[in-house]
Structure formats: C-alpha cells, structure tokens
Design a protein around this ligand. Structure first.
Ligand code: HEM
Length: 446
C-alpha cells in the first residue's frame, strides 16, 4: 500500500479550508488514498493548521513513546473538553500524571478479573430476552450490554437508576459529532463553540453526577464500585482526594470511553463472525471444549486462544478508535520533516492496520494470522487499537476481558445471521460506527 519514500507533496486542497471538506466527506477513503498516493508522511492543511498524516509505525512509535513529552493530545480531544472536562483522556502535564497514578490501580489485572462474572451475568440477562428468530439491531443490543456493565462497574447501578446520565451523554455526544468539521478548522486559540443544545445536555449531566457524588460522599460506605475507589483514592504526597469537579470529569471519561468502544468492537465482531461460518465453527468448538454448555469465567481466558485471536483481528479490521492525534508543544524532527510547535501529527489505525506491508490479504478477516507467526516480526505500531506509550488506553485489559467473555458466551449460545445483501457502511465520527442499523436474526443453539 503506502510507499516508504516521503514525497512531501500534499493532495490538492481548497484555498481556505485546506483538506477539511475532502476529509469530512469520506475520512477513511481520503486518508487511505493520501497514504497510498503520497507516502508515509503527508502534509495536510485543516483550515490554517498543518497536520502531518503519518503511517510509518516507527514514526508513530516516536511520537507516542520516545518523544511523547513534545506532544499534547490532538485537536479533536482538546476540543471535547466541554464534555470530558479535565478527565484522564484530555488532561495534560502534572494533573494527568497525578490522576493517572490515582486511577491506574483500579485497572490492575486482578481487579479486572473480579468483574468477569458480572460481565457474563449482564450478557446472560440481556440475551435471555431474545426469542429464536428475533430480529435485533446488533449495535443497540451490544450497547445495552456494555452500558449495563459500565453502570455496574462505575456506580454499582442499573441503567434505569442513572438514565439521566446516559441520555444526556448520548445527546451531548451526538451534538458534538455534528460540529467536528467546523471544530477541526478553528485555530486552537478560538474557544470550542458550545451550542445551546449541547450546553443543556452538559448541564443536565453535571447535575445528575453532582447529585450522585454528594449522596455517596454523605453515605461514606464502600459500594464495591469504581466510584467508591475514586472517592477513596488519595495522593501519596499530600493525602488529598479528588474534588467533585475532578470526580465528575473522571467518571464521565470512564463512562464514555468505557462502553461505546467496546459495544462497537462487539458488534463488528459478531458481524464478521456471522459472515465467516468457518470462524464461527472454530469459536463454538473452542467454547464447547473450554466451558461446555455453561458460561465462560475469567479463569478460562488463557484457554480461549482462538477467541482472543478473533478479537485481535476484529480490532485490526474495525478499530473502534480509528485515529489518534497529537499537537506538538515543541519542535520535533520526524523522519525527514520538522513538526513545529502548534502543528499536528495524526495517525489512523484504519489505514495502518490495512497496510499490506504488515498484514497479508489486509482486507480479509483471518484470525489465524495472529496464531501462525505471520505478524510476529511486525513493528510494534503496525497494530495499535489501544494507542500506545504513557497515554495508552487505561481500560484495555478491561475491554479485552469483556470482549473475550462476551464473544465466547454469545457465539456459544446463539447463531447470528445477517441478510446476504448487508453491506457495512461506515460512519467514522469520534469512533468507527456503522451508518445503518446492523439488523441480525438470532437463533438459540440447542
Ligand atoms: C475496545 C475498546 C477500547 C478501545 C478500542 C479503546 C481505545 C483507546 C485509545 C486508542 C486510546 C488512546 C487515545 C490517545 O492516545 O489519544 C484510549 C485511551 C483511553 N481509554 Fe480506551 N479504549 C477501549 C476501551 C476502554 C475502556 C473499557 C475504558 C475504561 C473503562 C477506557 C478508558 C480510556 C481512558 C481513560 C483513556 C485515556 C488514557 C490516558 O490518556 O491516560 N477505554 N482508549
């Protein structure tokens, strides 16, 4: 696909907007063509801002790992501060370091494993409502399951208890996605525009979370959820906890980052499995061997080897986070180009994961590639569904556990069939979503 020589000739652009409109019309097509036609480092212009679109894994490694201190989060995330505030995803510098240290322990392996049974409980109770032959909107179904899981993990609550939060989050997210083309064009000194609808959704959200935190603080008891752990977390140096504003930002960040991405991975995964009966047969055989007719447990994970390869392949072909951006706060020599302060380095998992230099038959769904050694010599950043370096996804183990348990449970108990005419049209907003509902017919396995 992309060639290694860097021809620093940019694709044609409109005078003032630069590449904004070509990019906004079809981001994945535009970026794939840019890498193919112009090489591993392509100069793009979004409004007045220079953006370097980089597809060389070694240079991606340099930005995310070696030189990470020379960069901050990219424009998209910076601009989402009205929603996320200064949570882990968007904060920088000392605040990020402090918060990362406080929050990291709640994602340790043993703690994540302790959520395994609850994850399968939620999948069991949602899928238990399905009748054989039922038509379901797959993404709606997987979102219901991951939403229930995140509600339990964060607040030990049923979605009904915190409906205001999930409704307001959805409204704020949709409103935000709509304004992305305008937002990326604005210079960084222009404040992010907040429409009255977005402001109302954010106010509603803030009120609901504030109430929840106030009740919990006054109760003082441990509910065994992440909110209890966040309330109890103390800084090593001054023994200070988080104030309500910081707690709100962290809760919302974990809530948003923690369920939509996983719901998408689950839906794309079940779609690919439905389209590949040979993969489905191997998954069912493995489930049968490992946990029979019952339910998978966290302790089964090491034995679910084929299932794990399926998930790696799903995240390669349909990465829910399909791009990562960074803004330079210091000059950085990146291969042959100098990235100046204020300029952006931008990478796309969608483009790199489908590069024939790293993956044979790159557009094909072949879980076996992760088991036959063909990916073993790839550079580290030929595959980065969870980002990398110090700002790597803090929930990656949580997500992988959820995906292994849910995919193996759901394929062991149900067959999913798509209409043969189904084409997965993509809507790459903040995450990689399907444009149309993914309607499936479910049949219980006897
Ligand atoms: C398949 C599921 C998921 C995918 C594909 C995914 C992807 C990512 C990526 C690519 C980043 C890095 C963004 C960047 O470098 O700018 C990230 C960061 C983050 N993710 Fe995830 N994520 C997933 C699930 C989760 C879950 C389950 C949680 C929490 C429960 C979570 C919480 C976070 C947080 C807090 C960050 C910011 C970390 C930091 O900057 O220190 N994610 N995620």
């Amino acid at each position: 696909m992309a060639n290694t020589t860097q021809r620093l000739v940019a694709p044609p652009q409109a005078m003032l907007a630069g590449h904004v409109w070509s990019f906004s019309r079809d981001p994945l097509g535009f970026l794939t063509a840019a890498a193919k036609d112009y090489g591993d480092v392509v100069r793009l212009k979004f409004g007045g801002r220079t953006t370097w679109f980089v597809s060389d894994p070694a240079l991606i490694h340099q930005v995310l790992v070696q030189d990470w201190r020379k960069f901050e989060k990219g424009t998209g995330l910076k601009r989402s501060k009205p929603l996320f505030g200064n949570g882990l995803l968007t904060s920088e510098g000392e605040l990020w370091r402090r918060q990362h240290k406080l929050i990291m322990p709640i994602f340790h392996r043993e703690r994540v494993e302790s959520y395994g049974a609850m994850m399968v409980d939620e999948a069991e109770s949602c899928t238990g409502l399905w009748k054989t032959g039922a038509h379901i909107d797959l993404l709606e179904a997987t979102t219901t399951i991951t939403l229930r899981i995140v509600m339990r993990t964060l607040f030990n609550a049923e979605p009904g208890d915190t409906l205001t939060i999930s409704e307001a989050v959805e409204c704020a997210q949709a409103e935000f996605a709509r304004s992305i083309p305008f937002i990326i064009m604005l210079p960084s000194w222009v404040p992010t525009p907040v429409t009255p609808r977005l402001r109302r959704a954010i106010n509603k959200l803030d009120d609901a979370i504030e109430r929840l935190i106030t009740v919990r603080r006054s109760e003082g008891s441990d509910h065994g959820d992440l909110l209890s752990l966040l309330l109890a977390a103390r800084d090593d140096e001054n023994q200070q906890g988080m104030d309500n504003k910081q707690l709100r930002d962290e809760l919302l960040t974990l809530f948003l980052a923690g369920h939509e991405t996983t719901a998408l991975a689950l839906a794309w995964g079940l779609m690919l499995i439905a389209q590949h009966p040979e993969v489905e047969a191997k998954l069912v055989e493995e489930a049968d061997r490992v946990f029979g007719r019952g339910r998978p447990a966290a302790s089964d994970r090491p034995a679910l080897i084929y299932t794990a390869a399926v998930i790696q392949e799903v995240l390669r072909l349909y990465p829910p986070a399909w791009s990562v951006g960074r803004e330079a706060i210091d000059t950085c020599q990146l291969g042959d180009v100098q990235v100046r302060r204020g300029e952006v380095a931008f990478f796309s998992q969608w483009v790199v994961h489908r590069d024939a230099r790293w993956f044979y038959d790159p557009a094909e769904f072949i879980p076996e590639r992760w088991l036959n050694g063909s990916t073993a010599d790839n550079p580290k950043f030929a595959y980065f569904p969870f980002g990398g370096g110090p700002r790597v996804c803090i929930g990656s183990q949580f997500a992988l556990m959820e995906l292994v348990l849910l995919i193996s449970y759901m394929t062991a108990h149900f067959r999913f069939s798509l209409s043969p005419q189904f084409v997965p049209d993509l809507y790459p907003a903040i995450t990689l979503r399907p444009l149309h509902p993914m309607m499936m017919t479910v049949t219980a396995r006897t």
